[in-house]
Design a protein around this ligand. Structure first.
Ligand code: PGA
Length: 244
């Protein structure tokens, strides 16, 4: 199988009102046919409109979470089928903010991943250690357990992307060293059910460190939070990935 393209995924988290669709429009204008896979994951309220905004460009849309069931009495939740129906092609699952804010376990993440596949979505499965776990030398144990428990049977390079996001690097402006990223990515590649499953790095990726991050062996792209909100910043990261 030919190697899949690298990925730049933007996670808007709980940011974004209608006016911010202008950023998506500007990104699509800058990269009508991106050389890498580019997607934005806005809040659920903007998914359908963003899908229309990006329609015709090579840019795609994703959700930030889904329920494990197709439909049902789950007030406030959204199913994977609904995300797909709104125009999403991906869904971020198991982000550390969901694991922390909502107590999501890896077993729950695995059930959501299965639901995402069922709906035809690519699951972007997040994992990563806390600062205390790194200090205790437990990083590899933590990510190995999260990987094993968050992926159900059946993960393939076509339906799954894994994002290594050290919790302490998210939104903090701090990043692991290149050696630390390389170590975890090399380890995850060995532990992965398929070595072709793409491994993204996430946590304070910015235009000024993107070239460095993308030069690390084993990094197949980035999951970008804060810097994905502005087309100029995210565009610089996409450009860095395209030339990596
Ligand atoms: P950040 O967020 O780029 O703002 O650190 C990354 C993420 O949480 O996916």
């Amino acid at each position: 199988m030919p190697k899949l393209p690298r990925i730049a995924a933007g996670n808007w988290k709980m940011h974004g009102l209608s006016a911010d669709l202008a950023e998506a429009r500007a990104l699509a204008a800058a990269f009508p046919e991106p050389a890498v896979e580019v997607l934005l994951c806005p809040p659920a309220t903007l998914i359908a409109r963003m899908a229309v905004t990006l329609g015709g460009s090579g840019l795609r849309v994703g959700g930030q979470d889904c329920h494990a069931s197709d439909a049902g009495a789950h007030t406030g939740d959204i199913s994977a089928a609904m995300l797909a129906d709104a125009g999403a092609a991906y869904v971020i699952l198991g982000h550390s903010e969901r694991r922390a804010d909502h107590g999501e376990t890896s077993a729950e993440v695995a059930a959501k991943v299965a639901a995402a596949w069922q709906a035809g979505l690519v699951a972007i499965v997040c994992l990563g250690e806390t600062e205390d776990e790194r200090a205790a030398g437990r990083t590899l144990d933590v990510v190995a357990a999260q990987l094993a428990q968050s992926l159900p049977e059946g993960a393939t390079p076509a339906n799954t992307v894994v994002a290594y996001e050290p919790v302490w690097a998210i939104g903090s402006g701090r990043t692991p060293t290149e050696d630390e990223i390389a170590e975890v990515h090399g380890f995850l590649r060995e532990q992965s059910p398929d070595p072709e499953i793409r491994l993204l790095y996430g946590g304070s990726v910015k235009p000024d460190n993107a070239d460095t991050v993308f030069a690390v062996p084993g990094v197949d792209g980035a999951l970008v939070g804060g810097a994905s909100l502005k087309a100029s910043d995210f565009g610089a990261i996409v450009a860095a990935l395209a030339r990596a």
